[in-house]
Design a protein around this ligand. Structure first.
Ligand SMILES: *Cc1c(COP(=O)(O)O)cnc(C)c1O
Length: 507
């Protein structure tokens, strides 16, 4: 069916081979089959529609249906990013409204909606800092200070901009070592470009020295980039701009309800103080409203993944100022509840001076591992048998779990999760005191599949019930992992292809 479009392509650009030959593209030809196929895939996923995902630093909060509905409307979903402005008035009104909302939340003077992720926001922010320095005779300001506890994207971003990274120490309480910061800032006074700092820190604690930290950087000619991935602990109770940040990214797909996980589109807009605002990106094809002409783009589209911005607009609009403050307070309460409840069984690694955490807590498994041989991975995998996705494992501290419950979880759900971790502690003790062998116990064998239960003789020193129904509540809503343990590192390094073999494609 050579259409007009097809024939306008020159011969050597036209596809002659067949496409989408993999069986998966040719097996499901009725709506029923397609629906069941999607359901099958869904059931293999231990997702938010089954139980809480307490991934520290990821803010896996509710993505409310009311927030999600508008993105399905063709008026939002089907607009081309380069559509002429007289056709995009409604969209632009929504974007301006969202900018105003985010300015109110963060205290910044301008919001740039172009970056498509947190990491992309970091890049955009550091780029604005560099352009600012260049415009002010500081082209040599190339040093970027980054605390030890930073998220990996921070040094990666600084490296992408060709900056010289200097790592700042953290003290035994997990805070930035201010003496070390001061020494390094002063030593690099003439070429200090920026500090990248996460607040509250990735250790889950409000850093008390944050204002001093910002002042030290400014006194030495640098700019403060704040990583706003932890905005869920700030919204409504404080503003990053007021604390001293010059620029910050927000992960709309964390704090502001855009669904994430599985690599869906994100949005990482940045807030900028007035002096940096002129250095935010514009776009050559479709200039960004209010941006300085000539400032190169960081994304293909002028407003990034604009199609998902209605989610955040809905969230902020429906919650209002009071609601968002309350959400933050609940997030803090939930994290502190979990930390307190677990502290009898597991040490909580970092707390502030009142013994509290911010919106997440780090559970230290290293002492237990040293005594029992049971690793953080064993515990993370065992949680699946209890129906829970693991928290963040070994970030930012190896051998730990970082738990972030968010405001979206009820006390009942938190209690189920706490009960699971307490029960797991008892299991570890059984290994430690020799009741179960170190190489054959429900922890090292986790997760257990339905196949494991019925595959020949059950030869383990624990029962089938202990394996798959370790607590009464599990019976009521059992998740069956579809495969046994995958060695994470081995799996990451050894791609197993489930496609038909390459020979099939020969000739
Ligand atoms: C998630 C996260 C980022 C990166 O955000 P992406 O949207 O994944 O690129 C940066 N810093 C911290 C602390 C984060 O948690």
């Amino acid at each position: 069916m050579p259409s007009e479009t097809a024939t306008c392509l020159s011969e050597n650009l036209r596809r002659s081979g067949k496409i989408l030959q993999h069986p998966v593209f040719n097996r499901y030809h009725t709506e029923h089959e397609m629906l069941r196929y999607l359901k099958k895939l869904e059931e293999r996923d231990l997702a938010m529609n089954r139980s809480m995902i307490s991934l520290g630093s990821c803010t896996m909060k509710l993505n409310a249906t009311a927030e999600m509905l508008p993105i399905t409307w063709p008026e939002f979903a089907n607009l081309h990013p380069f559509a002429p402005t007289d056709q995009t008035e409604g969209y632009r009104e929504l974007l301006r409204g969202l900018q105003t909302q985010l300015e109110a939340v963060t205290g910044f003077d301008a919001i740039c909606l172009q970056p498509n992720s947190g990491a992309s926001g970091e890049y955009t922010g550091l780029l604005a800092i560099r352009r600012y320095h260049e415009a002010n005779g500081g082209a040599n300001r190339n040093v970027c200070l980054i605390p030890q506890s930073a998220h990996g994207t921070n040094p990666a971003t600084a490296a992408m901009l060709g900056m010289q990274i200097i790592v700042v120490k953290t003290d035994e309480k997990g805070n930035v070592d201010i003496a070390d910061l001061k020494e390094k800032a002063e030593a690099n006074k003439d070429k200090l470009g920026a500090l990248m700092i996460t607040y509250p820190s990735t250790h889950g604690v409000y850093e008390e020295g944050i204002r001093d930290i910002c002042r030290i950087i400014h006194d030495n000619g640098g700019q403060v980039y704040m990583d706003g991935a932890n905005m869920n602990a700030q919204v409504g109770i404080m503003q990053p701009a007021e604390v001293g940040a010059d620029v910050l990214h927000m992960n709309l797909h964390k704090t502001f309800c855009i669904p994430h996980g599985g690599g869906g589109p994100g949005m990482g807009p940045i807030g900028l103080k007035a002096h940096l605002a002129p250095f935010a990106p514009s776009h050559t094809v479709a200039p960004v409203e209010g941006a300085t002409a000539g400032m190169g783009a960081v994304s293909a589209a002028p407003y990034g993944s604009a199609g998902i911005l209605p989610i955040t607009w809905m969230y902020i609009t429906m919650m209002g100022k009071q609601g968002m403050r309350q959400a933050t307070e609940w997030a803090l309460l939930n994290a502190n509840y979990v930390a307190k409840q677990l502290s009898a069984d597991y040490p909580i690694l970092y707390t502030g001076k009142n013994g509290r955490v911010a919106h997440e807590c780090i559970v230290d498994l290293r002492p237990l591992k040293a005594e029992s041989g049971i690793s953080e991975t064993d515990i993370a995998k065992r949680l699946m048998d209890y129906g829970f996705h693991a928290p963040t494992v070994s970030f930012p501290v190896p051998g730990t779990l970082m738990i972030e419950p968010t405001e979206s979880e009820s006390k009942a759900e938190l209690d189920r999760f706490i009960a699971a971790l307490k029960s797991i502690k008892q299991e570890v003790l059984k290994v430690q005191n020799g009741e179960w062998p170190k190489d054959d116990n429900p922890l090292v064998n986790a997760p257990h599949t339905a196949f494991n239960l019925t595959d020949g003789e059950w030869a383990h020193p624990y029962t089938r019930e202990e394996a798959v129904f370790p607590l009464p509540y599990v019976r009521e809503n059992k998740f069956w992992p579809s495969v046994n343990r995958v060695d994470d590192v081995f799996g990451d390094r050894n791609l197993v292809c489930s496609c038909p073999p390459v020979e099939v494609y020969e000739g």
